[in-house]
Design a protein around this ligand. Structure first.
Ligand code: KIV
Length: 268
C-alpha cells in the first residue's frame, strides 16, 4: 500500500499560499480517528472538548494533562496522514512558562503528536515563546476561548465591540510574530475573521468565524449528531448518529430479551 503524504506545518503554509482550504476536526479515540484519517482530513485536533463530549463535564476546565495524553496517544496510533494537534488543558500553561514547556514536552514525548494548541494572546506569549524554542509547533486560539468561560460568563459570540476586536487583531499579530504555525478563531464576526486571515501569513482556521478564512474545524460529536443538546448557528450536522445508535442498541436489547439473538448460525 502506498503511504499517504503526511501533512506538516509546511504543507499547511503552502495550502494557505495557494488558497487551498484546510479541513480540521476533533478526535479523542483510536477507532474514530482511523475513519477520520482515511477521509483526507488535514488536521486532527485532540481537543479539550473531550472534557465535554467524552467525560460529560459542563466545561473544558476539569480535564487533566494525563487525561489529554490518554486521548492523544490513542488518536496518534490511528493517524497515517493528518497533522495531530493536542490541546494543552487549563492550568498547564497559563502564568508559568517553565511549567508550560514541561507540559508541552510531556505531551509530545508521551503521545507522539505533532503540535500543541493554547488559548490566549499576549497573556500567554511567554509560554508560547518557550514552547516554540524547544522546537514544538504551536497553534494559537483566539475569540471565544472555552477555558475562560468563567470570565465571560456565557458562550456568546466574541469581539463584536471595537475594543475586543482590536485586542484580538493585536493578539493574532503577536502570535504570528512569536512563531505560531496556525491560529484558530472561535465564534467571532465573519468580517473580523476574514480581515485577520487576510492580514496574516499563517493559516487561520475558523469555527463559527464565517467562510472567508483558510480552513474550518468542528467538534466530531457535534457534526455527527451524537450530541443533541448543542446547536449553535455555526454547527452543520452531517448525520443524526444519536438516533442511529439508539435504534441499533434498541433492536439489540429487544432481540436479547425476545430470544432473537443469537440465532443458530450465530453460535458454535
Ligand atoms: O477543544 C476543541 O474542540 C477546540 C475546537 C472547538 C477548536 O478547541
Amino acid at each position: 500500500m502506498v503511504k499517504p503524504k503526511k501533512v506538516t506545518t509546511h504543507v499547511l503554509q503552502e495550502m494557505k499560499l495557494h488558497g487551498r482550504k484546510i479541513a480540521m476536526i476533533t478526535a479523542y479515540d483510536y477507532s474514530l480517528a482511523r475513519i477520520i484519517d482515511s477521509t483526507g482530513i488535514d488536521i486532527v485536533l485532540v481537543g479539550d472538548s473531550a472534557s465535554n463530549v467524552m467525560a460529560g463535564n459542563e466545561s473544558t476546565l476539569p480535564i487533566t494533562l494525563d487525561q489529554m495524553i490518554y486521548h492523544a496517544t490513542s488518536v496518534v496510533k490511528a493517524i497515517n496522514r493528518a497533522l495531530v494537534v493536542v490541546d494543552m488543558p487549563f492550568g498547564t500553561y497559563q502564568g508559568n512558562s517553565k511549567e508550560a514547556l514541561c507540559s508541552a514536552i510531556k505531551i509530545m514525548k508521551e503521545t507522539g503528536a505533532h503540535a500543541v494548541k493554547l488559548e490566549g494572546g499576549r497573556e500567554i506569549l511567554e509560554s508560547v515563546g518557550r514552547i516554540l524554542s524547544a522546537g514544538i509547533p504551536v497553534m494559537g486560539h483566539l475569540g471565544l476561548m472555552p477555558q475562560s468561560i468563567h470570565k465571560y460568563g456565557t458562550y456568546v459570540v466574541r469581539a463584536t465591540e471595537e475594543e475586543e476586536a482590536g485586542k484580538l487583531i493585536n493578539d493574532a499579530q503577536l502570535l504570528e510574530k512569536a512563531g505560531c504555525f496556525a491560529l484558530v478563531l472561535e465564534k467571532i464576526p465573519a468580517k473580523l475573521a476574514s480581515s485577520v486571515s487576510a492580514s496574516l501569513k499563517i493559516p487561520v482556521i475558523g469555527i463559527g468565524a464565517g467562510r472567508d478564512v483558510d480552513g474550518q474545524v468542528l467538534v466530531l460529536h457535534d457534526m455527527l449528531g451524537i450530541i443533541q443538546d448543542f446547536s449553535p448557528r455555526f454547527l452543520r450536522r452531517y448525520h443524526n448518529l444519536y438516533e442511529e445508535i439508539k435504534g441499533a442498541v434498541q433492536n439489540y436489547t429487544d432481540d436479547v430479551k425476545n430470544m432473537n439473538f443469537p440465532n443458530e448460525k450465530e453460535q458454535y
